[in-house]
Write a new protein. Structure first.
Length: 120
């Protein structure tokens, strides 16, 4: 941030306005890129945590491993299943596999919605 403010200061106070304006633009672009990457990494990490949580919940409620058929489900289906309570998880997972339900269809079939209010 100090480099950005210094480059903007020099852009207005020196004779090399074009050079310092270009340097300021580069710093602004790098700052924006760093912010976007930070958000991307946070969302990627949360997606991994959602998958791990769903694997654990499925194992705890059914005694079977979720990984055996996880690759048959797409991301939308997996992320929709996270809203299902434990007593509906097994049934909805089986229906998603056999009927190839979309994420929105899975969400509509959930009777007792379990919200995920901790997303970034």
């Amino acid at each position: 941030m100090a480099f950005l403010s210094s480059s903007i200061y020099f852009a207005f106070t020196t004779n090399d306005v074009i050079l310092w304006s270009f340097i300021s633009a580069i710093f602004i672009a790098l700052f924006c890129l760093a912010f976007m990457l930070r958000q991307h990494y946070a969302l990627t990490l949360q997606n991994r945590i959602v998958r791990l949580k769903l694997r654990y919940r499925y194992l705890a409620t059914t005694g079977k491993r979720f990984e055996e058929f996880e690759e048959q489900l797409d991301e939308a289906q997996i992320f929709a299943l996270r809203f299902a309570p434990d007593n509906e998880l097994h049934e909805l997972t089986q229906r998603a596999l056999t009927e190839n339900l979309s994420g929105d269809e899975i969400k509509k079939l959930i009777k007792n919605w379990k919200g995920d209010y901790e997303r970034v």
